[in-house]
Structure formats: structure tokens, C-alpha cells
Write a protein of this length. Structure first.
Lengths: 429, 169
């Protein structure tokens, strides 16, 4: 039933109407009227609050849903519950000290964030990275992608009702976290990638750890696919749900598997290769329908492609240094400090003042597990950045949620949120 | 590559661009505020820059004009990036909204409004996005210091006493 004239004043509405002061959204009545249909103010449709403490919103995402029965009329995302002011904090720190902050944006893919920031600094300052460090970065980036996809797969399947997949994914993720711990000493907040290369070379047992992943994973991926790919319950919940066309996905700025699920061939690794990604042979999986199932298929195939890249990089891993020998940005080795006055000065200057970056702006993007993770860095000639902006893929992928979920069922919104793979640390920064 | 692109865009857009700079192989078009929608529409429709990758603001304090709005565009068919930059004065910090040209500018402009206090004319839903509605000020401006935020809740007796309003009569 459509109502031609919505009531102007809230007092004119019938008794069962929504009381807007009950809906604690950061919004005035006039602004709310622009977002919901006129039927919400008469009480014909229901306003339902989902989150921020809801397990299937993957963090502290809050949605205000307008429901007509079980159908979603409009969906208003409310973000910012995890805003920590990382961009402001970064302005007060030297370039090196910003790296631990980047770990905490997308905390499921810390290495990708490290690389995006360090790549931007390298571009701004003009630093060449040794080839061994580039190859190791590629290996770690692909492991990070698998780490991010494993958490996505586990939680997405858990939301839809497949509990065992979650436990399997967490079991496999442990192997990747072990590698993080071996190289950086930390299991999640690694801060391992530095401007100019890596903090230190990988330990002697690194090849064995990676080989274990390479040996175990192909079978495990088949195991997940056996559980889900042809499972009628899984297909019932995902095929044809949350569709977005290729044109819409581009116009909304979606990237990563969300864009490729709609059939758009855009991957930063292929389009604008960084860290010598052009040395490796891999393909970019594409979907065609742009629904939840196609995004799932894209990510599952990306596991295999990641393994392929790691295998090539491990085979061709060159020896050599992992840090640039430019002493203006990289600390000198410990043994040099003992006899070289220059090295001592460099060491002292680097840890007290940091290095200076020229005035100007650069944009550097990497393909993280969730999409294009870009850093827009503005230097002002001092050792601290004037402005750091993180182009967070989750932020851009979440924005079209209100459009994707229009007309879907309430239960489907859980599947849609899972399939666009958001991390709220990345959305809110 | 970037030199030829900057020449091409300069001839295509004419006097809508006040200046073109190339830094680290990245092309930046400097555009006056009045022509921004025209330039963005041209870049999207004629030059095939179909994706607004990012939009953000940089505070160049103490320079005047002080704020720079940066639009980072990407063209999927041509595989090139370009940046458009509009400088805004502190005393007249408003700019036409890019939402009619690029839909995803909606949240990006809300974020800039929230953190820098820049007004976007014609934005469909301009309100704070990351910070609470009752927040005072715009924290990413350079005059706002990085300080300790006041606790909303504490178990520390001294801190409670310092901030809790007691009845005086």
C-alpha cells in the first residue's frame, strides 16, 4: 500500500509509528526522511537496528534496516565505531614510526598495508629496493592474501551456517601466522616491511615453513570446495544473491574480488605491477554474475593462484641483501657502527630525527586481499608526513551495500556482508 | 608516458586547467573550483576515467589557499591514473559536490566534511560519518593538536572526581 502524502510532522503519524528519538542514529529527522521511504514514518514498515554488536556484521558495523515484512526496503550503514584517528596520529610521527599504525588498519592483512605505505614512501623519496627483498615481499603478500581469504571464508561460511569450515580455516591460518612469527616476531602486527626493503632477512627455516604451506594447502582447498561448492544449501543461500553489475561496481569504486566477481578484469598486480609482480606467471580469476557465489568462486581460485606465485618466487628466490644500501633511509649494519664514524652518525640521525622526504604528493596502490589498498602520501620536506590517507578497500566496497541489499531478504544481508569481506578497522581507520 | 598524457589533457581541457604538474611520474591537474564538475565530467565521459579511486583533502597550513581537495582517478580501459587538485581558501571552504559525476564520492565527501569541515554544495546527505554527531571541530585540520581524549568512563577515582559534576547546594 503506497501512501501519497507522507505526514510532515511526526505527531500526525498514527500511534504505531516509529518514534525517531528511539532510533539512536546520528541523524536528525529531516535527514532521516531523505534516507528511508515515507512508509517508515507512518509505521507501515519497520525500522530495525542491526549491530554494532552483531556477530555477522564482522566487527562493529551498524545497519539501520527498513523492513517490509522480511524484505529490505532500505539499509543505512552507520560506521565509525572503530575510528581511531590513525591518519591524524601518522602526521605526528616519522615515516618509520607510521608503519606499526598501518598494521592496525586492515588487521587481517598487515603485510599488504605495510607494503602500501612503504611503497608510497619509496616512491616519494626515490628508493630502490633490492631484488631479494622484492621477491620476499611477493611471497609474504601472497601469504597475507591467503590469510585474509581464510578468515573471510571461515566467517562467511559460519554466518551462513557451515560451522566446520570456520574451524578448518582457523587451523590452516595458524601455519601462516607461524611464518609471520618466524620472520617478524609477531603473529599479527608484523611491521616487517620497511622503506627500502625488509627489517631483516628471513630465518634459515623459512623455506621449510613455506614448503609446508605449499604441500598442505592444495588438498585443504579441495576439502573446502567439497564442503561448499556443490552443496545445495550453500548454493541456495549464495547464487543470485547480492547481485551488482559491472558498470555499477566500477561506478561505486569497488575493487578486488568484489569487482572481479562482476567480470571486470582489474587487478593492480597485473595492471600496474609493483614489487616485480610482472616476473611471475599467474592469472586473475573472473566471475560473470556478480553475485555472492561468484565472489566466493573468485576468492577460492585466488588461493590456487597465490600458491602458484609463491612456488615460483621460492624457486627463483635470489640471494643478496634485503635492505637498500642507501644509508640516508636504511640503518647501517651493527658491525659497521663499531668502526665507521659515518655509520654511527647515520644510525644516530635515523633513530632520532628520521629521514626527510621531499615536498610533493604520491599515490601508491597494492592489491590486498580485499581490493586496491592505496596510500596517498603528502610530504612537506620534513621527516614527518604532512598527510597520509589510506584508500581502504573495505570502505569503498561497503558503500554500495545499501544499493545491493535493496529488495533482498533479511537473511541475505548476512550473506552479502560476508561476501564483500569488510574489516571494520579498515573501514573506520 | 606521463608527459604525453599531461600534454594531451592540457590541449583537451584548455583553460579549465590552470596548471599541470608531473611529480614522480604522476600527473596532477590543477583546476579552479568553478570548473571542477566540468573537468570531472569530461574526464569521465571523454577520457574514460571511469573510476574515482580516492578523494581526500590535504591541509597546507600556513599557506593560503589552505586546503587542497585531491581527486584520484583511474581509467580501467586505458590503465592510467590522474590526479585533479582544487585549492580552497580557509575563509570560503566549499566546493561543488562530485556525487552527480561519481557516485562513490558520497561517503568520501562526508569523510572530508567530517574531518576537515569542508562544505560540499549539493551533496545529498552531508553529515558526519566517522565521528559522533555531537563532536566539536574537525580534527584533521592542522590547528587541532594530537592530545589525550577525555575519557567517557573511568574506574579511576581521581579522574571521576575531577570531571564529575557534584551538587553544590
Amino acid at each position: 500500500m503506497a501512501i501519497a502524502e507522507p505526514p510532515i510532522r511526526i505527531e500526525d503519524a498514527p500511534l504505531n509509528a516509529v518514534r525517531v528519538d528511539d532510533v539512536q542514529l546520528d541523524i536528525t529527522l529531516e535527514q532521516l526522511k531523505k534516507l528511508v521511504s515515507p512508509r517508515a514514518l507512518t509505521g507501515e514498515t519497520m525500522l530495525l537496528n542491526m549491530g554494532p554488536q552483531h556477530p555477522s556484521t564482522h566487527g562493529v558495523l551498524r545497519l539501520l534496516l527498513e523492513l517490509d515484512g522480511e524484505t529490505i526496503v532500505s539499509c543505512i550503514p552507520d560506521i565509525g565505531y572503530l575510528h581511531t584517528g590513525i591518519e591524524k596520529t601518522a602526521e605526528g610521527k616519522t615515516y618509520l614510526k607510521v608503519i606499526p599504525l598501518t598494521d592496525r588498519t586492515d588487521y587481517l592483512a598487515p603485510m599488504s598495508n605495510n607494503l602500501a605505505f612503504c611503497g608510497a614512501v619509496e616512491k616519494l623519496v626515490g628508493i630502490e629496493v633490492p631484488i631479494r627483498a622484492q621477491y620476499l615481499r611477493v611471497i609474504l603478500m601472497e601469504l597475507t592474501r591467503m590469510n585474509s581469504h581464510l578468515v573471510w571464508l571461515g566467517t562467511h561460511a559460519l554466518d551462513i551456517g557451515a560451522m566446520s569450515v570456520f574451524l578448518y580455516c582457523m587451523r590452516e591460518r595458524e601455519m601462516i601466522l607461524d611464518i609471520y612469527e618466524a620472520v617478524s616476531g609477531a603473529r599479527m602486527m608484523s611491521s616487517y616491511i620497511r622503506p627500502g626493503g625488509l627489517w631483516r632477512d628471513v630465518p634459515a627455516h623459512f623455506p621449510q615453513l613455506v614448503q609446508r604451506v605449499l604441500d598442505v594447502f592444495p588438498g585443504r582447498i579441495l576439502e573446502y570446495e567439497k564442503l561448499l561448492k556443490e552443496n545445495p544449501l550453500w548454493k541456495e543461500r549464495t547464487v543470485g544473491i547480492g547481485k551488482i553489475s559491472a558498470e555499477d561496481a566500477i561506478a561505486w569504486g569497488m575493487t578486488g574480488p568484489c569487482l572481479r566477481g562482476s567480470g571486470v578484469n582489474y587487478d593492480v598486480r597485473k595492471a600496474q605491477p609493483y614489487s616485480s609482480y610482472d616476473h611471475f606467471d599467474f592469472s586473475v580469476p573472473l566471475g560473470s554474475n556478480g553475485d555472492v557465489y561468484d565472489r566466493y568462486k573468485c576468492r577460492m581460485e585466488e588461493f590456487n593462484q597465490s600458491l602458484k606465485i609463491i612456488r615460483q618466487a621460492m624457486k627463483r628466490l635470489p640471494p643478496g641483501p634485503v635492505m637498500t644500501d642507501d644509508r640516508k633511509v636504511a640503518p647501517p649494519p651493527k658491525h659497521e657502527i663499531a668502526y665507521s664514524m659515518e655509520s654511527l652518525i647515520h644510525h644516530f640521525k635515523l633513530w632520532t630525527e628520521g629521514f626527510r622526504a621531499p615536498e610533493g604528493e604520491v599515490y601508491f596502490a597494492v592489491e590486498s586481499g580485499k581490493g586496491e589498498y592505496g596510500v596517498l602520501l603528502s610530504g612537506d620536506g620534513s621527516p614527518k608526513p604532512r598527510r597520509v590517507h589510506f584508500r581502504a578497500p573495505s570502505f569503498h566496497n561497503l558503500q554500495p551495500l545499501s544499493e545491493i541489499s535493496k529488495g533482498a531478504l533479511l537473511a541475505d544481508i548476512v550473506a552479502i556482508i560476508g561476501s564483500i569481506d569488510i574489516v571494520l578497522g579498515d573501514v573506520d581507520r | 608516458m606521463s608527459q604525453s598524457l599531461s600534454e594531451l589533457l592540457k590541449s583537451a581541457l584548455g583553460d579549465a586547467i590552470s596548471q599541470v604538474t608531473v611529480f614522480r611520474d604522476e600527473v596532477t591537474l590543477h583546476v579552479p573550483r568553478e570548473r571542477i564538475i566540468e573537468v570531472l565530467t569530461h574526464l569521465r565521459d571523454v577520457q574514460q576515467f571511469n573510476m574515482l579511486t580516492d578523494e581526500t583533502c590535504v591541509d597546507y597550513y600556513p599557506r593560503e589557499p589552505r586546503f587542497g581537495i585531491l581527486y584520484q582517478l583511474y581509467s580501467i580501459p586505458r590503465n592510467i591514473r590522474v590526479r585533479v587538485k582544487v585549492m580552497l581558501s580557509e575563509y570560503d571552504a566549499s566546493i561543488p559536490s562530485a556525487v552527480p559525476v561519481y557516485r562513490n564520492a558520497n561517503w568520501l565527501e562526508r569523510e572530508i566534511y567530517d574531518l576537515f569541515g569542508i562544505h560540499f554544495e549539493g551533496h545529498p546527505d552531508l553529515r558526519r560519518i566517522l565521528l559522533p554527531m555531537d563532536y566539536q571541530g574537525h580534527p584533521l585540520r592542522k590547528e587541532v593538536p594530537v592530545t589525550v581524549e577525555e575519557n567517557a568512563f573511568s574506574f579511576n577515582r581521581a579522574r571521576i572526581d575531577a570531571t564529575k559534576p557534584y551538587a553544590t547546594e
